[in-house]
Design a protein around this ligand. Sequence first.
Ligand SMILES: [Zn+2]
Length: 310
Amino acid sequence: MSIVSNGDVAAITGDGRQQGLAVYVLTYLLWPGILAACLCGTWLGCAAGKSALYFNVTYLILAVSLFVLERLLPHEREWLKNDRQMGADLAHTLLSKGFAQVLVVVGVTIGIAEAAASKGGEFWPTHWPLFFQVVLGLLIAEAGLYTAHRLGHQWSLVWRFHAVHHSAPRLWFFNTGRFHLVDTVTSILLSQPLLFLAGAPSDVFIWVNSTTAFIGMLTHCNIEMRFGPLNYVFNTPAVHRWHHSRNPDEGNRNYGENLMLFDLLLKTFYLPDRRPPSNIGIDGPMPTNFVGQFAQPFRRDQAAVPGSEG
Ligand SMILES: [Zn+2]
């Protein structure tokens, strides 16, 4: 993308499209604006004592909004084409997100968080303003999520499950939840107990998990947006598209789920000044239907861990 000053053209996108000033400014406002609107939904849900209901409504509105924006302002036009894997994407999403949400709802309902808080409460800064408690919760969860994700790329036993997510031939809001159930459970087991052990109260759980869900869908969407310095703080589509590269030197980077802090600290952050590849996926066997994808990690023939010789 480069900026030009002739006529009404304010910018040229990476694939040569011209953008006027209004659209150019909009591309900077979309990501933070949409995330802020979603977090308002979480705030309203907490205030009404109906966080699960408000979350689901907000998540649905987010999905519809991204679907429309992907058609109005696509990042990669090729990714608008039907890949005939929507059924598989939906089934993985319902199974993984449904399982995760049931865990959260059950955990909050039966008071696991409160029980943990009463034991670990002395460690958790309950006197801090909620905003800073949520930031702390995001950092603690991120340590586990980063570890789980990096393991998924470097350990063949975990990669065979994570490969389902990376086998998607395009990125769009709809395949945000395309994770094998075992992959989802691994991420949950490596992140949520850290919050329990730290004694995080249930409000913090709700904020951390809903923020993760909103950022996750925004991260995978196929919308032409700009992020500026936000790329160094959050897992934006700009950094995550590199993570889906077939090239292991590019794909084995940017493991952050919400935040890029651990990528920056552990030198896995990657954001070159060029357009990320549109031809994404994995080199190795992966069926295109849900049942085949669910069974693939248990088969003998596996896609090699990215960057390995095998
Ligand atoms: Zn990955």
